[in-house]
Design a protein. Sequence first.
Length: 212
Amino acid sequence: MSADPAEDRLAALARDGCGASFESLARRVRPRLVRVLARQLGDAHLAEDLTQDALLRARQKLALYDPSRPFAPWLFTLALRLGRSAMRRDARRPRSESLASSHGDAWRDPAPGPDQSLAQRELAQRVWRTAEAALSPDAFTALWLVYTEGASPREAAHAIGRSPGATRVLLHRARKTLRESLDASDATSTQAVSHMADDVSPHGQASLGATP
């Protein structure tokens, strides 16, 4: 199940040659790509550059996109591969640079839905800021792809370059770490994380997006 059917429709139109649809799609996904790449690389400025490269390559490779599948996991897989290549090329090591402080705008939803309350948005921001600080880059990325972008655990595994079995273990441990890292008095956030495992369908389903 896709995290955002509207994005999938735009991707299908872009694949058929509609340039305006791709530009609209790029505006929607850009902040999320920056967010995940910055966590992977530990460098918000490099993440901005690679986001631009990823969108350019996605446009060039749209003929390879299967419109029967969610678009976001396909795009994020492409972007994360660019990130790994950049790390190898520059002999970079992931740093724990805080995305929340170095690139705060990436945490804001550019177009919140009409049924998204302020409380829901604040809850999602609180959980994901904690995840960004508490989890390793791969754990954060896998959790983000499954619970925000609608990826299946298998698709998340492909994106981060791990086996499906190892990724399921990573997700389990990431949820446990995130629950433990949240303030014990913050029952709402802790409950939201506890529900994560129950909310994933075999094809992936976002249950706690940046603005759910």
